[in-house]
Design a protein around this ligand. Structure first.
Ligand code: UDP
Ligand code: BGC
Ligand code: MN
Length: 372
């Protein structure tokens, strides 16, 4: 429990936080009791109105169901609404709680350098609270406890239908971000429905939704779900120019395949993301949207930085391949003329659902219909 003293200048904040903790505890107790009374996974179905219409009454196995809830679970909805309003209204105040601390050192002291990728323990779950990552706050956020973070970062993970990979990503990545002493939150941005993937719309929609929740985030890391950093000296921060972090991937024998690649993991300041107008929304299926992003960056007179390949190393988890976009090269040829008219300033999407899980904030995004 927080130690509230009347003379403390954060007294008010203390009261709010304590109230929130009490309410959360009450919700948690009711939640646990409810869950234990009806803990049958086959009774669960997906939350979004879209998925409901697609999958209603079809039993889901765990790997299919990213957002599972019991039908008519009004309680959980109320809980999520409560969390949403708390995070939206009080997060900014709560974020000032560390003002009395001094800044973290410029070089985080606990970095380990090269890392092993460990197997995910059997009892590790990304949706329910567990004994893992008890220091992570609801929605997958974290702030160093002993010093004031120098960087406030949102990790944007485009996602669909790669449950085991997402589990591994979260298990592996939280520890790295913590050792880097960042103030971060992981956002998993899932494209709803079984339609052609459009990474640009998912990214831009997610970017806009993050700014509604956390208007003061200045650093965005766009992160493929299947890439695991294998050296924690590769900092998840946003320097002067956009920085391509996934330079050396095992799948490409630890060589950058071509000089203009910015796919995989890309760090960008908020103002640069807005300057280049985010990602193009015209790439449906695999390939091209990252090359288009590179064209945007150069066109707006920015540069792409890269850390040394000896540090910017990644393991790519094996996954199924999505449908190639046969039109990608044709679309790419017009990249320079679409920059200001195709991107985050006019992206069309519907946010179907927001859920705050222990290890991530989830946005379910409908990207609409692919033009014929
Ligand atoms: N992605 C996903 N599900 C899909 C397609 C794409 O989660 O069906 C996301 C995921 O983050 C993935 C990224 O988009 O890492 C890039 O897609 P993919 O891995 O298929 O392409 P690659 O970069 O491996 O060529
Ligand atoms: C595609 C990119 C992809 C890269 C590496 C290029 O041909 O256009 O989207 O990231 O290959 O796989
Ligand atoms: Mn991949």
């Amino acid at each position: 429990m927080i130690n509230c003293r009347r003379q403390d200048h954060i007294y008010l904040l203390c009261i709010i936080c304590t109230g929130f903790m009490l309410l959360t505890s009450i919700f948690n107790v009711i939640y646990i009791v409810q869950r234990s009374l009806s803990n049958n996974i086959s009774e669960y179905t997906q939350t979004s109105p879209s998925s409901l219409s697609m999958k209603q009454n079809i039993p889901l196995n765990k790997s299919e169901a990213i957002f599972v809830k019991k039908k008519d679970d009004h309680f959980e909805k109320t809980y999520q609404t409560f969390l949403h309003s708390f995070i939206q209204n009080y997060l900014t105040i709560a974020e000032t709680r560390n003002l009395s601390l001094t800044y973290c050192p410029p070089v985080p002291p606990d970095l380990q350098g090269p890392l092993k990728v460990n197997e995910v323990p059997k009892n590790f779950s990304i949706t329910t609270n567990s004994s893992y990552y008890t220091n992570v706050d609801i929605g997958g956020s974290y702030q160093p406890k002993t010093c004031l973070a120098r960087h406030k970062v949102a990790i944007i993970v485009p996602y669909r239908d790669r449950w085991d990979i997402l589990t591994h990503f979260l298990y592996h990545t939280h520890q790295i971000l913590q050792r880097q002493q960042l103030d971060y939150r992981i956002y998993v941005c899932e494209q709803a429905f079984d339609k052609t993937f459009n990474k640009g719309i998912v990214m831009n929609g997610c970017f806009k939704e993050i700014l509604k929740l956390q208007p003061n985030v200045h650093c965005f890391i766009m992160h493929d779900v299947d890439l695991l950093s294998i050296d924690d000296r590769n900092m998840y921060t946003c320097p002067t120019y956009p920085r391509h972090l996934s330079v050396a991937i095992d799948k490409f024998h630890f060589y950058l395949p071509y000089a203009t690649l910015v796919g995989g993991v890309l760090a960008m300041r908020r103002e640069h993301y807005l300057l280049v107008n985010g990602y193009s929304t015209n790439y449906w299926g695999w390939g091209g949207e990252d090359d288009d992003m590179h064209a945007r960056i150069i066109n707006k007179h920015l540069k792409v930085e890269r850390p040394p390949a000896s540090v910017a190393r990644y393991k790519m988890l094996k996954h199924t391949h999505q449908k190639l976009n046969p039109a990608r090269m044709k679309v790419l040829r017009t990249a320079h003329i679409r920059i200001d008219s195709d991107g985050v300033n006019n992206v069309k999407y519907k946010l179907l659902n927001t859920t705050f899980y222990h290890l991530y904030t989830h946005f379910l995004i409908d990207v609409g219909e692919q033009p014929k």
